[in-house]
Design a protein around this ligand. Structure first.
Ligand SMILES: C[S@@+](CC[C@H](N)C(=O)[O-])C[C@H]1O[C@@H](n2cnc3c(N)ncnc32)[C@H](O)[C@@H]1O
Length: 374
């Protein structure tokens, strides 16, 4: 009997009707918790493997020693060897004890390397350390309420841009824009486009390059993200595009009326301070013949419908340690990433969108795509 089971079995239940303690179930759950600790540790090492380029380096070379890999990747051998130990124990990397050489099976490289984009899951592993960095602040919020502001997440915008670099950019022209029936022809002809909560704005940059007759504007609260985006747009020579640092909490009143024919939000409504005000502002700034396309987290507003969600635990966790808390830090609604389709449709309707359609795309299990028309 495990230590945990011994403790539990030795406690007489005060509730005469309680179910008997199931030792097999307890042992199975304990095993699952041990797997969870290994999995959490592995997520940290996967994040490091991505950031240091170790997965890409391993993928490029034949089986290597730790010294050869460190030299190839330009990294410190002692650290590389410890990383290889963890990855070998996790059976992600293959270790040949006789030759002391390590290799990355092609089937594993297929979801851990940059060449695997848009299916590089190592990108998402970065959220684990990004969120772990605010654990003390979050515990404080559990005890006292309030929220954790964006500036407590030094790498957030970088990781977010890599995330949407997989869910949005590679699918933008072939799958996402075609959802907005006929928008490509209007973009060719020349319309005004706004991306709300644009972050580093890479989706707008792709559109601005492809559609030179249209003009593009991005708004975001983060001065850092906006500065990065404007610098990158200049570097790319895109003159039909600019970004503005702007707090959209009063967008329902601040938005310039009927100014854009196409408005997009990519994963940018649920973590706003006032999502309804932003949606009302989008309606106000959209022309009557305009289209609003919103990518947002795909889930239900009800926990019981999310129990079998393939990444439900991950999404609720990201929500608790980021999406919900950054909104609460602005005295906001704190909707959270799992606000769900039901709540989303309710708010779209309240904001003045009479007609909302929901789509799912095969490449993106994390999000759904709403098409909203006045
Ligand atoms: C989850 S990120 C998505 C960023 C980007 N659309 C992407 O897909 O990479 C949400 C964005 O909303 C912005 N945001 C949050 N609160 C805001 C506010 N009150 N006003 C304007 N932007 C805000 C954040 O700075 C952040 O860039």
């Amino acid at each position: 009997m495990s230590a945990l089971a011994q403790v539990a079995a030795s406690q007489p239940s005060e509730d005469a009707g309680a179910l008997p303690f199931d030792e097999t179930k307890a042992a199975g759950f304990e095993e699952r918790m041990v797997d969870t600790l290994n999995g959490a540790a592995l997520a940290l090492m996967i994040s490091i493997g991505h950031r240091t380029g170790l997965f890409d380096a391993l993928d490029r070379v034949p089986p290597v020693t730790s010294a050869e890999l460190a030299a190839h990747a330009g990294l410190n051998e002692r650290y590389v060897r410890e990383w290889l130990g963890a990855l070998s124990a996790a059976r992600v990397v293959k270790f040949d004890a006789a030759s002391r050489r390590y290799s990355l099976p092609a089937e594993h490289a297929a979801c851990l390397t940059r060449r695997a984009t848009p299916g590089n899951l190592a990108v998402f592993a970065q959220y684990v350390p990004v969120l772990g960095g605010v654990e003390d602040d979050i515990v404080h919020c559990f005890e006292h309420g309030g929220g954790v502001p964006y500036d407590r997440y030094p790498r957030f915008h970088e990781v977010m841009a890599e995330d949407s670099g997989q869910t949005v950019l590679p699918a933008l022209f072939d799958h996402i824009l075609p959802l907005a029936g006929g928008i490509e022809a209007r973009l060719e002809a020349g319309i005004r486009v706004l991306d709300v909560g644009c972050g580093r704005g890479r989706a707008l940059m792709m559109m601005a390059e492809r559609y030179p007759n249209s003009t593009f504007v991005g708004y975001d609260l983060s001065g850092d993200a906006v500065n990065w985006a404007n610098a990158e747009a200049r570097r790319q020579g895109l003159s039909n595009l600019h970004f503005e640092a702007r707090d959209l909490s009063n967008f329902d009143r601040d938005a310039e009326p009927a100014s854009f024919e196409f408005v997009t939000t990519f994963d940018a409504i649920h973590d706003q301070a006032d999502p309804l005000a932003v949606l009302k502002g989008i309606r106000r700034t959209l022309t009557d013949d305009g289209v609003y396309l919103a990518q947002d987290i795909n889930g239900s507003s009800h926990v019981h419908h999310n129990l079998d969600h393939p990444i439900g635990t991950l999404l609720y966790t990201i929500s608790c340690l980021h999406c919900m808390t950054v909104s609460l830090a602005q005295d906001g609604a704190g909707l959270g990433a799992m606000w769900g389709r039901e709540k989303a449709r309710e708010l779209f309707a309240e904001a003045g969108f009479a007609n909302t359609e929901v789509n799912e795309l095969a490449h993106d299990i994390q999000n759904c795509y709403y098409l909203c028309r006045p």
